[in-house]
Design a protein around this ligand. Structure first.
Ligand SMILES: [Zn+2]
Length: 340
């Protein structure tokens, strides 16, 4: 370990999950906005549909980290121009303005690698922008082995549900590992947004089997990232949902190998509280937050991952109390023996 600067090398963000058991989201905290249940703008403050704001562009986490020389990769089971990945790297007044989102992706210095569904991301345009394009699991394996420069894995318009079989396409765990391979080549730092994007779709359809299949697939992706990160002291994994979908309840667990009795309350999004998990170095910056936007604020802080010391009180018995602003209004108090 060379020194303090070298320790700040990688961190990773796994966006996921829509609902009580896990993950999947159709918009995240990439742009620092909170709008539960609305079709959001991406990377903008406010929009014409009446959500307050000026309409000015917000700096996305992807742009922030690219400017710092980090690799910024987007991985999803939905289409790459969907709202969650877009919120980390594009600016658009509507999530459906996929042409604007595509323009941001294709621009020099845009996100790389891109691994997900290719709706409105034609192969010809990706290649013209300098991407090597692969379209199945075998192509992805060959591309990561050979170390191509700018990589786009485009797997249909969006990935099939794992429950239905993936055919020639890679699983989310597979694309996660490929993105980790690419990101690991950056000597400075990397940031990955990995989305179990179709959990939300299954829950909109109140489709329990496909919901479970997608959550299991997302869990395997998290496990792959954790396995990669074990033993490192420079990696952070955050797992969060942007909201619950479907109002899924399980009134009766019928035991192993039997479908539980479930109840759905809606085919839309709900305001059920979601949980944020974090693992690794600086995980305390992401835990204990009140709003998802606080996670964004923590990650966007120029001081990140160095906690801001807001005050220090040295006690008479030689102990030092240090207050660390973890995020927003959340503080951690550390007690240590004074060096003085
Ligand atoms: Zn949704």
């Amino acid at each position: 370990m060379a020194g303090p600067a070298a320790r700040v090398r990688e961190f990773f963000l796994l966006g996921g999950g829509e609902h009580g058991v896990g993950g999947g989201g159709d918009h995240g905290f990439g742009r620092g906005q909170h709008r539960n249940g609305h079709g959001p703008p991406c990377g903008r403050r406010g929009d014409p549909s009446g959500i307050p704001g000026t309409g000015a562009d917000l700096r996305t986490l992807g742009e922030r980290y690219r400017a710092e020389g980090r690799t910024v990769g987007l991985v999803t089971t939905s289409y790459l121009s969907d709202a969650t990945p877009a919120a980390f790297a594009a600016h658009a007044a509507s999530r459906f303005d996929r042409a604007s989102i595509r323009t941001a992706y294709l621009a020099p210095g845009g996100p790389d690698p891109l691994l997900g569904g290719g709706l409105d991301l034609p192969r010809s345009m990706l290649e013209a922008a300098g991407f090597v394009v692969v379209e199945d699991a075998a192509g992805l394996a060959a591309a990561t082995t050979s170390g191509v420069a700018r990589l786009a894995g485009v797997f249909g318009l969006y990935l099939p549900y794992e429950f239905d079989g993936l055919g020639p396409y890679p699983s989310l765990a597979g694309t996660t590992c490929a993105a980790l391979d690419v990101a690991g080549r950056n000597a400075r730092a990397s940031f990955l947004l990995i989305e179990g994007g179709r959990i939300d779709r299954a829950c909109h359809a109140n489709d329990l089997a496909r919901c479970i299949g997608e959550v299991v697939g997302f869990e395997r992706a998290v496990a792959a990232a954790v396995e990669w990160a074990v033993g490192r002291d420079d990696a952070l994994i955050i797992v969060a949902a942007d909201h619950e979908t479907g109002g899924l309840e399980v009134p009766e667990d019928r035991g192993l190998w039997r479908w539980p009795v479930v109840r759905w309350s809606t085919t839309g999004h709900t305001a059920v509280p979601i949980t944020v998990w974090a693992w690794g170095r600086w995980a305390d910056r992401a835990l204990g937050v009140e709003h998802l936007t606080d996670v964004h604020d923590g990650l966007a802080d120029p001081a990140f991952p160095r906690p801001r010391i807001t005050s220090m009180v040295r006690a008479k018995d030689g102990l030092a109390l240090t207050w660390l602003a973890i995020s927003g209004r959340v503080y951690q108090v550390q007690c240590s023996a004074s060096a003085a």
